[in-house]
Design a protein around this ligand. Structure first.
Ligand code: NDP
Length: 412
């Protein structure tokens, strides 16, 4: 269905680090993405991306100012440009509004992060899953979480389920950033979203229920040193991450699912101090007659994630270790990608975290525009066929490896 109607017209919403990469990657595949619009709150950022793309690839892209929280305004822009697909690379707060505008205009939807309410640091899929019937009835498709994690990690799991295992029982997703940006403290993607994510109580799935452990900055947080390919041993912390919620629902036979992320002692110490002095609060406080939200003020002081690319060195290593059964035997496989900050900067002017998110966002959009993924309703990535997506990862800058592995150490 998607391919017969598609004119290769995409509207990207947001103009941060991830949107910059996605716009570059779409411009590199003009046979699929024939017309591109980038629309965001600050139009000068869209224009700067457009100018860079014109210089690098000779391709004109359209730009527009839009407040994606204003559904009538966004729907009017969609009606005017008539895209086949809206790629949401704004913030998780905008997800439901953009889905509403897609429903009104009958346009497919894809994003990289699940909805979060502004006033509560809590993210879960229930709000977006609630759109299932409405999207079905409208005959349009929503694909949720087409970044790296969520996104590629879901696709790695679906691929392993399809080609390697009869049943996956243990899943550990390990996300390592062994890069150095040279700042005393910075976050690699939107600081507000990042800090809300890492300050949360941790959850993982075990034997049919969620187990809670302390947040990464608290006493008693769970961590161990994992020896990553290329990057070597890195302290890795148990963290709740949104793909766990859909994977435990869609991958049958999982007994345990966990997510780990590397953090340096320097990052954790900064975060502890910021939390202790109240700078990570998400509620409004009175300041000299104004109401301010401390974490939003902090965002204004920290370096823009999109600007971190200059001088960023080192690698990211993200992947899944999976143990399960094949023909009655227990086997373990590790599927992972290694990306390089400096190479990402040379190609797109941003660092590898934005790169590893923006490339899968483009690939997910490509799957929908070419008709490789079709349907009506709301889908998580592991519910869709992984093969063309895995091929595209190799082709468009995120090559992956599959190796045998001894499995996770018993003590963690
Ligand atoms: P940035 O903060 O750099 O960019 C967000 C952009 O959205 C900004 O350009 C911002 O505008 C724009 N925006 C915010 N509110 C609105 C609004 N109401 N209307 C229109 N535009 C708006 O974020 P990142 O690029 O770092 O991250 C983008 C998304 O990617 C986030 O949702 C993040 O959670 C997700 N992500 C997913 C990952 C994954 O692996 N799945 C990994 C990393 C990020 P302005 O410029 O005016 O502020």
């Amino acid at each position: 269905m998607n391919d017969t109607k598609s004119r290769g017209r995409i509207m990207i919403i947001g103009a941060g680090g991830v949107a910059t990469v996605a716009a570059h990657k779409c411009a590199q595949v003009p046979e699929v993405f024939r017309e591109i619009m980038i629309a965001s709150r600050t139009v000068s950022k869209c224009e700067a991306i457009g100018k860079e793309i014109k210089q690098r690839y000779g391709k004109e892209i359209r730009t527009a100012r839009v407040d994606a929280d204003n559904v009538p305004e966004l729907a009017a822009l969609i009606k005017q440009f008539q895209p086949d697909l809206v790629l949401n690379l704004a913030l998780p707060y905008q997800d439901l509004h953009i889905m509403d505008a897609c429903l009104e205009t009958g346009v497919h939807y894809i994003d990289t992060a699940n909805y979060e309410p502004l006033d509560e640091a809590h993210f879960e899929y229930s709000w977006q899953w609630a759109y299932q019937e409405k999207f079905k009835q409208r005959g349009i498709m929503a694909v949720l979480g087409s970044g790296f994690d969520p996104g590629v990690t879901n696709i790695f799991t679906a691929y392993a389920q399809k080609h390697i295992f009869d049943e996956i029982n243990y899943l550990d997703i390990l996300d390592c950033n062994a890069g150095s940006h040279g700042h005393a403290f910075a976050t690699n993607f939107n600081p507000e979203i990042n800090i809300r994510e890492v300050a949360q109580v941790v959850r993982h799935w075990e034997n049919g229920k969620w187990i809670e452990t302390p947040a990464i900055i608290e006493k008693g947080s769970v961590h161990f040193s994992f020896d990553y390919p290329v990057a070597g041993p890195q302290d890795s912390y148990l963290l709740y991450h949104e793909e766990l919620e859909s994977l435990v629902r869609n991958i049958k036979g999982l007994k345990r699912a966990r997510f780990w992320m590397t953090f340096s002692e320097n990052y954790l110490n900064h975060l502890r101090v910021l939390r202790n002095v109240g700078m990570t609060r998400i509620d409004e406080v009175e300041y000299e007659g104004h109401k301010i939200v401390p974490v939003k003020f902090l965002k204004a002081l920290l370096p823009e994630p999109a600007s971190l690319g200059t001088g960023y060195t080192g690698k990211t290593v993200i992947g899944n270790i999976m143990t399960g059964k094949k023909d009655g035997k227990i086997i373990t496989r590790y599927i992972y990608n290694v990306s390089d900050h400096a190479e990402a900067f040379r190609e797109t002017g941003t660092q590898a975290i934005a790169y590893t998110t923006g490339v899968p966002a483009m690939i997910g959009a490509m799957m929908m525009l070419t008709g490789a993924w079709q349907g009506s309703g709301v889908y998580n990535m592991e519910q869709l066929d992984p093969d063309s997506f895995m091929e595209a990862l190799n082709k468009y800058g995120l090559p992956w490896h599959i190796v045998e592995h001894e499995g996770m150490p018993d003590e963690v």
